[in-house]
Design a protein around this ligand. Structure first.
Ligand code: HEC
Length: 178
């Protein structure tokens, strides 16, 4: 009976939230869990062209960062924030790589990356973002420019904590105490 109830709960979770059972997409109260559809409108958000600078941990190419909220005047981005870094590697957007940080909040990855869930995404030929990895450190082997640490090797360092784990200078929270 208990098992049946659990599988029903799993089926409901799957159909309602496109989440799975046993993964970590179950929300704590007051938190935001992103799914693929949350990234769909990212190109309509505020954008910042960061040009073509070489950054370890990210592939070379012209990069644009998109944010669904304004840069905060407090010390941290609010729960529900999505930051997407789009690296335009070639003229073919199916080759582009997208990196995202989603402020999930609660106790999620409270150390090292301060409530952020990290994502890697690709684009379909029509430009729809598709999640290829998510979690506290997706693609740790591929993006280990900081010596095996994956995303958190850079975004989760103590020096990045001062900026809510955000490294693009113009997107760091305008924390009045700094
Ligand atoms: C070797 C260091 C390094 C690694 C590893 C790394 N990043 Fe970054 N990332 C940076 C730097 C530096 C910037 C800011 C670049 C700039 O100033 O334009 C950045 C920018 C970003 C941004 C734009 C918002 C921000 O924080 O500035 C996102 C989103 C992002 N990275 C996600 C990821 C994800 C997801 C991973 C892992 C899959 C990852 N990064 C791995 C160094 C790294």
């Amino acid at each position: 009976m208990i098992r049946a109830a659990l599988s029903l709960a799993c089926a409901l979770t799957l159909s309602l939230a496109l989440g799975g059972c046993g993964d970590d997409t179950t929300a704590e109260p007051g938190t935001f869990v992103a799914f693929q559809q949350n990234f769909a409108p990212y190109r309509t958000w505020t954008s910042l062209d960061v040009g073509n600078i070489a950054v370890g941990g990210h592939p070379a190419g012209h990069a644009v960062v998109y944010a669904n909220n304004p840069v905060p005047s407090g010390c941290a981005w609010p729960v529900g924030t999505i930051l997407v870094k789009e690296v335009q590697i070639t003229d073919d957007r199916t080759q582009w790589e997208l990196f995202a940080m989603v402020k999930r909040g609660g106790s999620y990855d409270s150390n090292p990356a301060a409530g952020w869930e990290l994502f890697t995404l690709g684009l379909t030929p029509t430009g729809t973002p598709v999640i290829t990895g998510r979690g506290v450190n997706p693609g740790a082997d591929m993006y280990s420019g900081a010596g095996g640490g994956g995303c958190n090797g850079c975004h989760g360092t103590p020096s990045a904590h001062a900026f809510d784990s955000v490294l693009t200078t113009a997107l760091r929270p305008r924390c009045p105490t700094r």
